[in-house]
Design a protein around this ligand. Structure first.
Ligand code: CA
Length: 230
């Protein structure tokens, strides 16, 4: 699967350089030019990594980083900091960034840092999703607990693993066959099990299980997790 990188950069020239360099390496990119759109994109769609400029017009990169971590977003974040502000590094790492590169950056070095971060987190994206909040639902995957509107909801282990898999790939369509393989661990064309578990998740977590806002059916495709509109 192609790896997806979110580029958050307000300078259109720098953004273009980054997009070109990353697509030349085979990554799929999306660009956000301010903090608000960066948070929206990162919550709406799953990315493998975010390249986050610190100096942004509305909320800065630190605030974006902090907000994403608070919302339970676990993907690696690589900060682009100004060389003139050495404190940025410490502050960024405190806000949950994984690494930083100073501007003006050297493209090959940046690519090497990205590859190193992706290697470190590959295959563990779903495993490191510790908690997640959407709508009035809060899920603590670590303790296996969930609440809806502050009231406890009982989720089985299978339901938790299924939900975590969908959330880790939010915004992407996941086929029933993929869910069977990844969540249940077997290949089968009998995907009824998946449908039954999805229906139960909706009963427990959606306000209107027959008109779901988060666990969506994609006709002819499978399922897709969608974060609530902010
Ligand atoms: Ca900037």
């Amino acid at each position: 699967m192609q790896q997806r990188i979110l580029i958050v950069e307000d300078d259109p020239n720098v953004a273009l350089v980054l997009e070109d360099a990353l697509s030349a390496e085979g990554y799929t990119t999306e660009h956000a030019s301010d903090g608000r759109h960066a948070v929206e994109s990162a919550l709406a769609r799953a990315f493998d990594l975010t390249l986050l400029d610190v100096g942004l017009p509305d909320k800065d990169g630190f605030a974006v980083c902090d907000e994403l971590r608070r919302q339970g977003v676990q993907m690696p974040i690589l900060l682009l900091t100004a060389r003139t502000a050495p404190d940025d590094k410490v502050r960024g790492l405190r806000m949950g960034a994984d690494d930083y590169v100073t501007k003006p950056f050297h493209v090959p070095e940046l690519l090497a840092r990205i590859q190193a971060l992706l290697r470190r987190t590959q295959h563990t994206q779903a495993a490191i999703l510790i908690e997640y909040r959407f709508g009035d639902v809060f899920v603590d995957f670590y303790r296996g607990r969930a609440t809806k509107a502050g009231r406890p909801v009982e989720l089985t282990t299978k339901e938790l693993v299924l939900l975590r898999y969908l959330i880790a790939r939010r915004g992407l369509v996941v086929s029933r066959e993929e869910l069977l393989t990844e969540v249940w661990g077997y290949h089968s064309t009998n995907t009824r099990t998946v449908d039954v578990h999805i229906a139960t998740l909706r009963q427990k977590l959606e306000d209107h299980p027959h008109a779901p806002l988060h666990v969506l059916t994609v006709r002819g495709g499978g399922y897709q997790f969608q974060h609530a509109p902010m």
